[in-house]
Each structure stands twice: as structure tokens, then as C-alpha cells.
Design a protein around this ligand. Sequence first.
Ligand code: CAA
Length: 240
Amino acid sequence: MARIALVTGGSRGIGAAISQALAAAGYTVAATYAGNDEAAAKFTEETGIKTYKWNVADYDECAAGIAQIDADLGPVDILVNNAGITRDAPFHKMTREQWTQVMDTNLSGVFNMTHPIWPGMRERKFGRVITISSINGQKGQFAQANYSAAKAGDIGFTKALAQEGARAGITVNVICPGYIATDMVMAVPEKVRESIISTIPVGRLGEPEDIARCVVFLASDEAGFITGSTITANGGQYMT
Ligand code: CAA
């Protein structure tokens, strides 16, 4: 039977490419989304991938949603923590709300999704937890004290949990995309975006598929010896 993959924020942007690449690789895929009903309905219509609506920042919603997917499709074998938001502002202008929203979604959301799925992965002695962090969690970014802190937290989370999962056949890895051509990056003012692109050695933004291919590899049996790793895919913008 096909393994079950769950992709948060899986109906748009990088997440949509991940959902589709996993489906093409033979997984049964469920995608979550937070608010955009229209985009999710269109995504399901075009791809046949089931979508579920909940807020990853809410632990109880995550637990209930995961239980629903378990009932509909079966237990989750591959979890892709992709959902994320930006609330950019220079720190002297950043509000507590902007800080909290980003931490709740981009860092606590990863806990909220992984925690209810983890015991089942341990019992079944197989699992893949793949979290989408960011280049800005590695290098920091002007106007992103909240986002950079949360994304750096995702890397620490991965390294700790990889040690706990290793003996149970669960790998835990994190991918750090650079600037990818999605709505999130297109929302950056054009002048700022152009100046960022000028710092990318390959000379262009990445494509969502560049990240999706990394996920498909990490999800595979062939990647079973890779755990606790940080994979960077950023066109050479930041070399670690
Ligand atoms: N480095 C140094 N200085 C910078 C800067 C930078 N990267 N960006 C802006 N500044 C400067 C501005 O030039 C301005 O200076 P002056 O006052 O001397 O003109 C000052 O900082 C702040 O400007 P504003 O008061 O106009 O700032 P604002 O409150 O309007 O905020 C902004 C503007 C939110 C910072 C906007 O410039 C912006 O969105 N910047 C992009 C931030 C960014 O890269 N976010 C990444 C989003 S994509 C993503 O997050 C995905 C991923 O994982 C890669």
C-alpha cells in the first residue's frame, strides 16, 4: 500500500510543488491549508490531492485534523512541515503580535504537527519528518527578527529530534530554501527583491520544484541514513 504523506501549507507555493511531486512519486498525499478556500478547491480539482483546512498554530486543531486524515487515508508516514508566514518589519517597528504570529506558525506549528504523529511513527518503526526552514534562519535577514528566529528554531528542533528518532527508523531533516519564486517572495517590494536577486550567484530566484525534489529524496527509503541534516537549496546565496 502507498505510504501516506501530509504536507502543511500544501496547496500553494512551495507546498503545492511538494504535494504534487510526492503524489507523482507514488505517495498518497494530503495537504493542509489555513485560509484560502478558493486556491485549495482549485488545487484539489486540478491534482486530485485532498485538502484539509486548519491552523497549524493551534495544537488541538492539528490533533483533530491528523486524526481525521488517519481515518480517511491511514496513518501519516511522511510529514512535511511547510506552512509558514512572514510578518516583516524592522525590529523597532515590530509588534508583539507580529512576533507571536510568526513564532506560533513557523516554530510552534512544527511542534503541533509533529507531536501527535510521532508516537505512531515510533510504533510502526518508520517515519520521515521534513521541515522547510529558510536561508534566513541560517544567515538572518533585515526586518525578519521573528522569521529568522523561528526558522533557526526549526533547525535546532530537527537536530534534537533526529537523535530521538534514529533508533526507531525515523529520519528528521530540514531544508533551507533560498529565495523561491512564490507569492511570499513576490510580496517583497520590487526594488528590494531585485537587490536580493543580485546577490544570488546563479542569478535568479529558485523554483518551487527545486525544493520539492529535495523532499522526494529525503522521503525515500534510499535516504534512510540521512538524518539531522540541513539541506540548503539557495542558488549559492549563502554557503554553509
Ligand atoms: N539591509 C539594510 N538596510 C535595509 C535593508 C536591508 N536588507 N532593507 C531595508 N533597509 C533600510 C531601508 O533602506 C530604510 O533605510 P532609510 O530609512 O535610511 O531609507 C530602512 O532600512 C527601513 O525602511 P522603512 O522604514 O521604509 O521600512 P518599512 O517599515 O517600510 O519596512 C521592509 C520595509 C519590510 C523592511 C521591506 O523593505 C521589506 O519587505 N524588505 C524585505 C525583507 C525580506 O527580505 N523578507 C524576506 C521575505 S521572503 C521570505 O521570507 C522567504 C524566505 O524564506 C527566503
